[in-house]
Write a protein that binds this ligand. Structure first.
Ligand code: HAM
Length: 410
């Protein structure tokens, strides 16, 4: 029986796992710097947590959630995103007493999308959330965290920060009505996919990639014209502060994001090097969401990044320390070999033992795996209670006893 992996899932190993670990390492190191604490939540939650908060008409809720009933008939969903579970966890555990409360996490998410490069059905996200602050510094800080992490992992890559403001939630509601009316009046010029969204989710028409739609989208009413003076002033302050931090921005008036909970600042970090799934990080403000999930009426701002998408832009990582291989020539020499094996491990060397009992084979494996040294354990070494150590890059070989070998290798 040959069992295949499930479509849209992938295994991580070799060079990919090194990249993955590098991303997680940088996330954790920077989270510490910016004062965010780790919060790990379960992979599945009650479906209710996602349906209303993400939007009953959003693609995620309509088409992409992995939802099932368990043996008690409870409806459960594999988390499609991390913001709502983090809020649920903060409320469940009383973590919203000292505000702002800043959390981050990394982990698997699940969406039943059409798989392609950079888009999977199980993927890993990085997530940063700041609960409880209306201060525009929270917006700048969260964007700065994203920018800092991307710069650290992907130096020299051209990544553009797209920025927009959606104004208040009331404002956005008005705008949706205006847009629905406009697109209804111009139905004949829209693709059938967009026509389906006119009443349920007109904002999503704005980032349609369909060429038919582009023309009419260009003529559609612009959200920025409805935004209040005070909200625009706030937005200006955010832009100016980002410029002060040397973060360049591209203002994208059609940027609306795919989930329903956003208002005010929205942003995406994009690249043009990985094809159509080009958003590495997306996020924004979600005032009102914490209350919807049953918490206090406090604001929030955050982002999530796709680890696999970031990995598509990374170069292979060279191993920092190389391995030491053991070449044991006869099974009878295992007792002598164990002495060196044990002392190497205790001194933090990376040791590889291939169980081949054949010097030629061991040498070829060591060079294939790019080992730094090979320790040869033969009959002669056993008799004299020492070991031969060969430096595989210089070819130099020495005979040393247990006392000297560690000093030599260090
Ligand atoms: P999102 O835009 O749905 O936002 O996802 C954020 C990022 O996750 C995307 O930019 C992408 O890099 C990655 N991603 C999404 N779907 C997939 C997929 N199928 N395969 C691979 N990578 C994917 C959110 O999830 C919000 N919770 C972000 C947020 C946090 N907003 C406020 N706080």
């Amino acid at each position: 029986m040959k069992i295949k992996p499930i479509r849209g899932t992938h295994d991580l190993f070799g060079d990919e796992i090194k990249k993955f670990n590098k991303v997680v390492f940088e996330v954790k190191a920077n989270a510490r710097k910016f004062g965010f604490n780790e919060l790990i939540t379960p992979i599945f939650e009650s479906s209710e947590l996602f349906k209303k908060p993400l939007g009953e008409h959003s693609d995620v809720v309509l088409k992409e959630m992995y939802t099932f009933r368990d043996r008690n008939e409870d409806e459960i969903t594999l988390r499609p995103e991390y913001t709502t579970p983090m809020i649920r966890a903060a409320i469940s555990n009383g973590l919203l007493n000292n505000l702002p409360a800043k959390f981050f996490g990394t982990g698997q998410m699940f969406r039943r999308e059409r798989p392609q490069k950079g888009r999977y059905r199980q993927f890993n996200q990085i997530n940063f959330e700041n609960f409880g602050s209306d201060d525009f510094f929270a917006d700048i800080e969260i964007i700065n965290v994203a920018n800092t992490i991307l710069n650290k992992i992907l130096p020299n890559k051209k990544i553009t920060l797209h920025l927009n403001t959606l104004g208040s939630r009331e404002n956005l509601k008005n705008y949706k009505n205006i847009l629905s009316k406009f697109f209804n009046d111009n139905k004949n010029f829209l693709s059938s996919e967009s026509i389906d969204k006119i009443n349920s989710n007109p904002l999503r028409i704005l980032d349609s990639k369909n060429i038919e739609d582009k023309n009419i989208i260009e003529k559609s009413p612009k959200l920025i014209e409805l935004i209040s003076k005070s909200d625009l002033k706030l937005y200006e302050e955010i832009k100016n502060s980002l410029i002060d931090l040397n973060i360049s921005i591209y203002e994208d008036l059609n940027l609306v994001r795919g989930l329903d909970y956003y208002c005010h600042t929205v942003f995406e970090f994009k690249t043009d090097e990985i094809g159509s799934q080009d958003t590495l990080i997306g996020g924004g403000r979600y005032n009102g969401l914490i209350k919807t999930i049953g918490g206090k009426d406090i604001p929030g701002v955050g982002w999530a990044g796709g680890i696999e998408r970031i990995m598509l832009l990374m170069k292979n990582i060279k191993p920092e320390e190389k391995d030491i291989h053991l070449a044991i020539q006869e099974p009878t020499l295992k007792k002598h070999a164990l002495k060196i094996y044990d002392i190497l491990i205790k001194n933090n060397f990376n040791v590889y033992w291939n169980y081949k009992y054949n010097l030629k084979k061991s040498l070829s494996i060591a060079s294939e795996k790019n080992a730094e040294y090979i320790v040869i354990i033969g009959e002669k070494e056993n008799m004299n209670n020492n070991f031969s150590v060969k430096n595989l890059s210089t070819g130099e070989q020495k005979i040393l006893d247990l006392n000297n070998i560690i000093d030599y290798l260090k």
